[in-house]
Design a protein around this ligand. Structure first.
Ligand code: FAD
Length: 551
């Protein structure tokens, strides 16, 4: 088996040929953070790994989260100490291994009259949180007086404010995390294919031995054979368990979570905040560049899993919460510049409301040997992967006498993330900025690239200079798109604008113009026929419009 170390769209046909003619140790179904994490863990231990994703990588829940690497403060209220301990500690590991996409963020927690936490419970709760999460003592939470809280955030309503607290969390870009994990897995030999759906499962002597795959781009069908198969299909985990005739006992409970985006000047909070809502839940407001996003809802979801949408009720709930806590901002639906809706693949617990359901992950092994993993959080993906691959490793040792290394993903720096700390990233971006002057691009453009691609930003800038020595915005954008096709398996402009760059969410006002600039370029690069041009155009416009249409 050739060792392809990239996710290039141009290698797609060769990879399909390879995966259909080789017996793998492990086939992973699902290219969200769970599947990506398992691919990296397994490939780095020496397993031969294939991964298939039916749409684009990260197109499920893993691009629709609150984009926090967090311990989940509210899980303390549910006495989930083990979960807080594990994911809290994972924050530091992810920050170390991918500092370009996992950034420390101060979170303000206002304490209000009749809120879910009083001053004493906040102080104790956050100390326990910091302790469980292994936060350095110098970075532990700070309690604030009412005056100090108002100073930190002048927009907060004051009549019910009693004080507040500042504590440490981390912000990320969920889809970018998936790409960096998948790119790193490719370096260890994992073969990953997007737009390839596992349509049917294959069995030999009633034991699972692979899947029948349909290629949604080339329209072909092929089989992938593997000794072990992991179902990491997120909200679709039960759909695959149904195909395996093993959806018995525990099952998924999907809940929908919605986020809204408004221009920063409409909600100019000085830092992220996490505050109480009238129904007893808590929501975040998170400033990010030129926008602030608000989320999230948590409601049981029984509709089409393939197309969760933002409803008018979701919008009204979030706007009302923000307008109550920040009474001078007066947000309306017309202020919304983008939005997203995702589904949490949680494990059902009888009699519990959506917000009370545990976020712990669980592994189910069916009689046929299909290993399904569900629940969990983006933040805990590495430990989830470790548990799943440990299981596969034991099975392969017992059944085939195979011997694999122990997990060492805590020591694997993710793609582009080779920086000592955040200061090193800033220094790198400043060096690139200095070297790129004079040019048609701004410091902000360079920082954006570094926060997306880490060290690879330098390569993108060098290649853009080759197209146009004046380093224009258009040259940079073209080369960024080419990089995403060559290194990150982008196959169309939705892949680029939604998941590789997040522009549909955070810079939607630029997207249409940039789309027009890139459209012909991608059409000729990927040699699309008339039908493909029309289909991709329609799919992009649908996604572009749906970010601001609410049903
Ligand atoms: P997914 O990302 O959905 O991936 C599963 C993939 O499987 C999909 O891409 C799907 O297309 C693919 N698939 C399905 N069927 C097939 C098939 N037959 N063949 C091939 N592929 C298939 N966690 C945090 O740590 N921090 C947060 O801030 C946070 N916020 C959240 C906010 C919201 C609103 C939601 C919904 C979740 C949030 N989470 C957060 C949780 C986190 O996002 C999820 O736990 C995580 O993304 C789940 O990843 P996954 O890979 O299991 O599922």
């Amino acid at each position: 088996m050739a060792n392809r170390q990239t996710l290039s769209t141009f290698h797609r046909d060769e990879i399909i040929k390879e995966v259909s003619s080789f017996l793998f140790d492990l086939l992973i179904i699902g290219g969200g953070i769970t599947g990506a994490g398992i691919a990296l863990d397994a490939a780095s231990r020496g397993m031969k790994v294939a991964l298939v994703e039916k749409n684009d990588f990260a197109s499920g829940t893993s691009s629709k989260s609150t984009k926090l690497i967090h311990g989940g403060l509210r899980y303390l209220k549910q006495f989930e100490f083990g979960l807080v301990h594990e994911v809290g500690r994972e924050r530091a590991v992810l920050h170390k291994n991918a500092p370009h996409i996992v950034h420390a963020e101060n979170m303000l927690l206002p304490i209000i009259e009749r809120g879910s936490l009083g001053r004493a419970t906040t102080a104790i709760g956050l100390s326990v949180y910091d302790w469980l999460a292994g936060v350095r003592f110098s970075e532990w939470k700070q309690m604030l007086s009412k005056y100090a809280t108002r100073k930190k955030e002048p927009l907060l309503r004051t009549d019910i404010l009693k004080g507040g607290s500042i504590y440490k969390e981390y912000r990320t870009d969920d889809a970018r995390l998936v790409f960096e994990v998948l790119k790193t897995a490719a370096r260890y030999g994992a073969l990953s294919l997007n737009y390839c759906a596992a349509e049917e499962l294959l069995y030999e002597n009633q034991k699972i031995c692979g899947a029948k795959i349909s290629d949604r781009i080339g329209n072909g069908r092929f089989d992938i054979r593997a000794k072990k198969v992991i179902n990491a299909a997120g909200p679709w985990v039960d759909t695959l368990r149904e195909k395996d005739n093993s959806k018995k006992g525990k099952k998924l409970h999907l809940t929908k979570g919605v986020h809204l985006v408004v221009p920063y000047e409409k909600l100019p909070v000085k830092q992220s905040a996490y505050f109480d809502v009238a129904d007893g839940r808590m929501i975040f407001v998170i400033p990010r560049g030129r926008i602030t996003y608000i989320g999230t809802t948590d409601t049981t979801y029984l509709e089409d899993i393939d197309s969760p949408a933002v409803s008018k009720t979701d919008v009204a709930y979030l706007l009302e919460a923000v307008n109550f806590m920040f009474p001078t901002v007066h947000l309306t639906v017309d202020d919304i510049t983008s939005s997203w809706a995702g589904l949490r693949p949680l494990i059902h617990e009888e009699g519990k409301d959506p917000s009370e359901l545990s976020r712990k992950d669980e592994i189910f092994v069916s009689p046929s040997g299909l290993i399904s993993i569900a629940g969990g959080k983006l933040t805990g993906y590495r430990k989830m992967a470790e548990r799943a691959v440990d299981m596969v490793s034991v099975q392969l040792a017992e059944e085939d006498g195979m011997d694999f290394k122990n997990c060492f993903t805590d020591a694997i720096v993710l793609g582009g993330g080779d920086f000592r700390d955040e200061y090193a990233i800033t220094a790198f971006a400043e060096k690139l900025e200095k070297a790129s002057q004079p040019s048609g691009i701004t410091a902000e453009n360079i920082f954006d690239l570094v926060y997306r691609y880490g060290r690879d930003a330098e390569l993108i800038i060098q290649n853009a200079r080759k197209i146009n020595p004046d380093l224009t915005r258009e040259a940079l954008l073209t080369v960024e798109m080419e990089y995403c096709i060559n290194e990150e398996a982008a196959t169309n402009l939705s892949d680029f604008f939604v998941r590789r760059t997040g522009k549909l969410y955070f810079e939607r006002e630029l997207v249409k113009r940039e789309y027009d600039l890139l459209k012909e370029k991608i059409e000729s690069q990927l040699s699309w026929n008339g039908r493909q041009k029309a289909d991709y155009d329609a799919a992009f416009m649908k996604e572009y419009e749906s970010a601001v249409s609410f049903n």
